[in-house]
Design a protein around this ligand. Structure first.
Ligand SMILES: Nc1nc2c(ncn2[C@@H]2O[C@H](COP(=O)(O)OP(=O)(O)OP(=O)(O)O)[C@@H](O)[C@H]2O)c(=O)[nH]1
Ligand SMILES: [Mg+2]
Length: 391
């Protein structure tokens, strides 16, 4: 792999997805950390990679507040810390959005790592099947807590249901497989030396761009001509498992693996990709010929956050539960300025001697008590804070 990263899977979903990753790429084992509020579901052979959050709860029962509180206790006491490595290009935090532990504790951990160690944060989120108000609320609340500096990828478990005959377990497994493929692409595992190279710093630029990211892989097996190529790219985006994107990307990387005899069948203008992802500020194209395996992998970054999807989740949530404060609709606004393009690594890592004071600052700013997350509108128009009872 070209890039080094720590990959932290939090909660049951994050744990399972990262175990899949470890099985597929054993060389990543030392970079993977599993965190949960209970380790009972983690198979014994992976327990040495796992950390159980110390506290009063074993499982957070979909309660994000409890998870946040647990994470704060563990960070504050030093029971858990990010094993800082200045060679890490990023920390990838892997979690479901609908559960408690992963959804609720991951954003605090991200904030801590970002503030104290100044390492870039990449979220990989699995949205669920949207079956209950709590899960929908957790999804909206998770997205609201993302910082604009993060890179965020999100794929939807429910988009895999069609190909599994509505079998949810199979859908989750397929989503995990997609995650494994994406991380391999993101970290440069599919890039081989060639004449048309994406190098480490190109990939770092693409990967560390703030905003939403999609990774797609187009199968170019037995491709016939340019029309066929464009058709396959179109189908890939139509069948994307990502939350929906708008054509607003800042950077695109493509990794084209094509045999000599089929290299004239490619649309090197990337017309469809630009239609779907936007005109990038910078494009990086890699071309290689490895065996007879024809494909194009696409990483588009700096996209606007998928506000339409999250608004839809929110509306579904409102339908499912009465009298919820409308201010929850306020999703952060990503601003797209015409940046200079030199900011990709502006987050220079913290030096060891600054880390303790950064920790002190972090804990001073952060309240120990979790913020109450439910605000209910009363008949006379006042807002009262309601802790957990109604949900
Ligand atoms: N893609 C995928 N999704 C999963 C997997 N396991 C659970 N999920 C999804 O995760 C959501 C439930 O969240 P979990 O990750 O189980 O919850 P948790 O973070 O452990 O939190 P609590 O148990 O509520 O404290 C649902 O939307 C599930 O569909 C998995 O292996 N892969
Ligand atoms: Mg759990």
């Amino acid at each position: 792999m070209l890039l080094k990263a720590k990959i932290i899977g939090i909660g049951a979903c994050g744990n399972k997805a990262c175990i899949e990753l470890m099985n597929a790429f054993p060389e990543l084992a030392n970079s993977i950390i599993l965190i949960n509020s209970t380790l009972k579901d983690i198979p014994v052979e992976y327990k040495d990679k796992a950390f159980e959050l110390i506290g009063n709860f074993k499982g957070c029962g979909k309660e994000r507040d409890k998870a946040n509180e647990l994470m704060m206790q563990n960070l504050r006491s030093g029971a858990f810390d990010y094993p800082f490595d200045e060679d890490d290009a990023m920390v990838i935090i892997v979690t479901s959005s609908e559960g408690g532990t992963g959804s609720g504790s991951s954003t605090l951990l991200a904030k801590y790592i970002s503030k104290v160690y100044k390492t870039h944060i990449h979220f990989y989120v699995f949205t669920g099947f949207g079956e209950d108000a709590r899960g929908l609320q957790n999804t909206v609340d998770l997205f609201k807590e993302f910082d604009e500096s993060y890179t965020v990828q999100a794929i939807s478990n429910s988009k895999f249901l069609e190909e599994t005959n509505n079998n949810k377990i199979k859908a989750e497994k397929l989503a995990n497989k997609k995650f494994v493929e994406d991380i391999n692409i993101l970290l440069g595992g599919t890039i081989h030396e060639s004449e048309q190279n994406i190098d480490e710093s190109d990939l770092l630029k693409i990967a560390n761009t703030s905003g939403f990211m999609v990774i797609e892989s187009v199968n170019l097996d037995k491709i016939k001509n340019v029309n066929d190529f464009n058709k396959r790219v179109t189908e890939t985006f139509d069948n994307s498992k990502s939350l929906n994107i708008e054509p607003t990307c800042k950077r695109i990387g493509t990794i084209l693996n094509i045999s000599k005899k089929e290299e004239d069948f490619i649309d090197y203008q990337n017309t469809i990709i630009k239609e779907r992802c936007g005109i990038p500020y910078e494009a990086f194209n890699h071309i290689q010929t490895i065996h007879n395996n024809n494909y194009m992998q696409i990483i588009a970054s700096g996209l606007k956050m998928p506000i339409d999807d999250i608004t839809e989740v929110y509306e579904e949530f409102v339908k499912n539960s009465d009298s919820v404060d409308k201010s929850k609709d306020m999703f952060f606004q990503t601003e797209f300025n015409t940046e200079s393009g030199n900011d990709f690594n502006s987050l220079s890592k913290n030096s060891a001697k600054n880390i303790q004071s950064a920790k002190d600052d972090f804990f001073k700013e952060e309240k120990v008590e979790p913020k109450p997350s439910k605000v209910i509108k009363t008949l006379n128009g006042e807002f009262i804070v309601n802790k957990d009872k109604d949900f």
